[in-house]
Write a protein that binds this ligand. Structure first.
Ligand code: SF4
Length: 465
């Protein structure tokens, strides 16, 4: 059987799928000079092939099937598996229709088709709701899938074959890439050492498909060894939502990476309260170069309302400083538009983002994703009818204190304030020379005043109009 794996490239704005927003994906359509620049820089960085599809490639190939991968064209085959998303579902369903017109059976996999199968069912022969590996294994073994198929969660993640990166990705993905922060090009590979998240944040789509499970350290190290044997100097992106959940396991993984002599560099995402100086040191020694974490809001009260355990500010500052000392870049995530938010609270969060001094920051707008507790809570005030606009950057529900334009304005202000500061480049390039640092601080003040004047003129123009 010839299996076509379609991991379709999103159009319009910066589109990311696969494990982003749990699999719903995100789309950032730039609306200012800074956001244009941000999307442009990020685009080259986020275009990595799907780890979910690489697993399916491995399962199909293991059963003797030919695997073809596509980002655009409708390739010929017997069965096509399409990675579903919310932000790009119209393009995905149109692609499925075109594939069916050429005689292929088409199935959808992923979070979006699991939670909103009605968007995909009429355009497909089957839709896998849940983790897809077991269902696709049955397909590869000869079972005909039809309609809505329940994807049983993989009980033991160690039983999965390793993702087949030789079958997934095109020539441009395979080009080694240089990022803004590093002049050493490395090919980047996503890796899942665990799945889902044991926390309870009500707005989070990462935890709504399956239960939290982890792979054994041995199994992860084996995958890393196989990866580096084929691609020396691989840059690994651990896509686990909470990479350091189990401190002891993380320390063991790091020491095993070092013991096996694996020359990887990696990035991961976690909560700051799961980090301390000793753990960071061990992770740095094993190859950690970038760490991402959610701060979300400066207000502990706001966070508690969405069942997110706040991390004390002093600890956040300590960990960011420790990362800086160890040469680990930091990326902090923030969310605007919690129900308690107003102009002052969001302005305070923006100021905090700058003051915290992470290397980079991502600001998003609170989105009630289907299947989350927040979706149930906000259902009655959701006005957006177009699912593609549940993209993480577009207001979708009636906020009690802020109009959609105000949220967008604050989002634009956050990107401008964070990224136009000369000290952003200082942090990125780790400039520590005292005279330069002093100069950058002065320039920061001037830039900040210029931005403030521009913001005032924009707001007063809006009021006058
Ligand atoms: S910590 Fe909260 S926001 Fe982060 S992945 Fe877990 S549930 Fe989601």
């Amino acid at each position: 059987m010839r299996v076509v794996l379609a991991d379709l490239k999103g159009t319009e704005g910066l589109v990311t799928k696969d494990t982003v927003a749990g699999g719903y994906g995100s789309r950032f359509v730039p609306f200012s000079l800074t956001t244009h620049w941000f999307c442009h820089v990020k685009r080259s960085y986020v275009q990595i092939p799907s780890v979910q599809m690489a697993y399916l490639a491995a399962i199909c190939a293991r059963n003797g099937h030919e695997v073809v991968w596509t980002r655009n064209e409708v390739a010929d085959g017997d069965v096509a598996l399409v990675l579903s998303s919310l932000v790009d579902y119209r393009r995905e369903t149109a692609w499925a229709e075109a594939a069916r017109a050429r005689g292929m059976r088409v199935g959808f996999v992923g979070l979006a088709c699991s939670k909103l199968p009605e968007l995909f069912l009429e355009h497909a022969d089957f839709v896998v709701a849940g983790e897809p590996e077991e269902a696709i294994r049955e397909l590869a073994e000869g079972r005909k899938l039809s309609g809505l198929v329940l994807g049983k969660p993989v009980a033991d993640l160690d039983t999965l074959p390793f993702p087949r990166w030789d079958l997934v990705g095109n020539w441009s993905d395979r080009l080694q890439q240089i990022s803004l922060g590093s002049l050493h090009p490395r090919r980047r590979f996503p890796l899942l050492a665990s799945r889902s998240c044991p926390e309870f944040c009500t707005y989070c789509p990462h935890r709504i498909l399956t239960e939290y499970r982890v792979r054994s350290v041995e199994n992860v190290v084996e995958e890393l060894s196989a990866l580096t044997a084929r691609w020396p100097n691989a840059f690994v992106i651990f896509r686990d939502p909470l990479f350091t959940k189990d401190r002891r396991r993380c320390l063991t993984l790091c020491s095993e990476i070092v013991r096996a002599g694996l020359r990887i560099e990696f990035e991961c995402e976690t909560r700051l309260d799961h980090l301390d100086a000793e753990l960071l040191f061990a992770m740095r020694r094993a190859g950690l170069r970038i760490i991402s974490f959610g701060v979300e809001s400066i207000s502990s009260q706001t966070l508690r309302k969405v069942a997110r355990r706040p991390v004390p500010e002093a600890h956040q500052r300590h960990i960011v400083a420790e990362c800086r000392r160890l040469g680990i870049r930091t990326a902090a995530f923030y969310v605007f538009g919690f129900l308690e938010d107003d102009w002052e609270s969001i302005a305070a969060t923006i100021n905090y983002a700058i003051d915290l001094g992470s290397t980079s920051a991502q600001f998003k707008i609170l989105t009630p994703y289907p299947g989350t507790p927040l979706w149930k809570q906000l259902g009655p005030v959701v006005y957006e009818k177009d699912w593609q606009r549940f993209d993480g950057f577009t207001p979708t529900f009636r906020h009690p204190k802020l109009e959609p334009d105000e949220l967008r304005f604050l989002l634009g202000a956050a990107y401008a304030r964070f990224y136009l500061r000369p000290s952003f480049l200082k942090n990125l390039w780790r400039i520590r020379h005292r005279a330069l640092v002093g100069l950058v601080d002065k320039l920061d003040q001037r830039v900040s005043e210029a931005i403030r004047e521009k913001e005032i003129s924009l707001v007063s123009r809006a009021v006058t109009c």
